[in-house]
Design a binder for this molecule. Sequence first.
Ligand code: CA
Length: 229
Amino acid sequence: MSKVLIIEDEEAIAELEKDYLELNSFEVTIENTGTKGLEAALSQDYDLVILDLMLPGMDGFEVCKKIREEKNIPVIMVSAKKDDIDKIRGLGLGADDYLTKPFSPSELVARVKAHMSRYDRLVGTNVKTNDMVEIRGIRIDKTARRVYIDGEERAFTTKEFDLLTFLAENPNHVYTKEELFREIWDMASIGDIATVTVHIKKIREKIEFDTSKPQYIETIWGVGYRFKV
Ligand code: CA
């Protein structure tokens, strides 16, 4: 459940906002001074802050500035005076939105939802970034264990994937077949270095345009293989 912090000294307004947000499944906390509001905003994990401008103690300008120094969460500022809103914009405090009182509760809820989903998308893209290896036309998604050649996905077996990823992550390094076998296959594996040759051949069939002239995995005769950059 998304958590909203309301920093508002007028109890009736704060309660009205709270009721509407709760009806829309938000979890709501009210703080009635700037100082307590700032402390709550910084110490707890809120998803959005609704911040009144005129507050006892620290005013909304200062609270917004201090939240911004520490956090990236959406802040919606509210004020009774249109002039104040213009002033806030001018100061560039980093508030995400502004509402002039009186506003309709449904308008507030709509803005809260819009800012929250926008913020979720921003944060979501950061959090969900997969671990990628990209060399020329090859893109290896290590998290999803998928390989794309010029944007097109190709199917790889587990060992083929591990071998390709290992070579691609260590480009320009020449590995002997013995080294690759030890690296990719565990000690208990039955097989020999010929297994490496077979796997390299299969990988090349999937990644190379012309397997007789490999552009990615190069054979160093008498030594082994290396991934060219
Ligand atoms: Ca006030």
